[in-house]
Write a protein that binds this ligand. Structure first.
Ligand code: GDP
Length: 203
């Protein structure tokens, strides 16, 4: 897919305030510092479309971007900040979950995981919640350039093993690097394929 245009549309504190669901949308989520902004900027080719975050917890809004006038890229707030309070975290988690379960035009949620990290309970809980709610999602292992290819394989194997403890089938998995642009074509083509399918179905 060629990105001809990528434009910020709106930041919404809640799903009710999100733009009308006129376009298929694809959202990105992950723990703070996982590399979400860098990935979004890499995918869209816009250096500063999503703000590469300095202060975790600052961007607690649902951010819609119009891509090529044909789909929405949605930058969701990160989850699991250490610095925000428990109560605020709960409100926040509820807001994200509401968006995820009620947004019918959401066709894939990309869940970002740092390639270097062992499976973390907060990610596993979230992934299990997605599965139990029938939400279409894919996993993106970020910052792949920070590992040698053998370490990357090892880390992925471990993660898959962990997933197989709860799931019979694995979700779609992507490997990405904002530095080497690894994964860009794969993720964009995946989105493109779904968009084409949706067009076919609406004919
Ligand atoms: P966010 O909080 O999830 O939006 O994460 P950011 O995109 O702000 O990235 C967090 C930090 O990781 C920043 O210092 C980035 O420069 C760095 N980073 C993000 N993606 C990559 C990557 O693919 N490779 C490397 N080496 N660093 C990355």
């Amino acid at each position: 897919m060629i990105i001809r245009s990528a434009q910020f549309v709106k930041s919404s504190p809640e799903v009710k305030q999100c733009p009308e669901s006129t376009l298929p949308e694809y959202a990105f989520i992950g723990r703070s510092n996982v590399g979400k902004s860098s990935l979004i900027n890499m995918l869209t080719g816009m250096k500063a479309l999503a703000k590469v975050s300095g202060t975790p917890g600052k961007t607690q809004l649902i951010n819609h971007f119009d891509i090529n006038g044909s789909w929405y890229l949605v930058d969701l707030p990160g989850y699991g900040y250490a610095r925000t309070g428990k109560k605020q975290r709960a409100v926040f988690a509820e807001m994200i979950k509401q968006y995820i379960v009620s947004r019918e035009s959401l066709h894939c949620l990309f869940v970002l995981i740092d390639s270097r990290h062992k499976p973390q309970p907060i990610d596993s809980e979230f992934i299990n919640w997605l599965g139990n709610n029938g939400i279409p999602f894919a996993l993106v292992f970020t910052k792949a350039d920070k590992l040698s290819s053998s370490k990357l394989n090892e880390s992925l194997m471990q993660y898959k093993k962990h997933l197989y403890e709860s799931w019979e089938e694995l979700p779609q998995i992507f490997i990405s690097s904002a530095v080497t642009r690894t994964g860009r074509d794969e993720i964009l083509n995946y989105i493109d394929d779904i968009n084409k399918l949706l067009k076919e179905q609406s004919k």
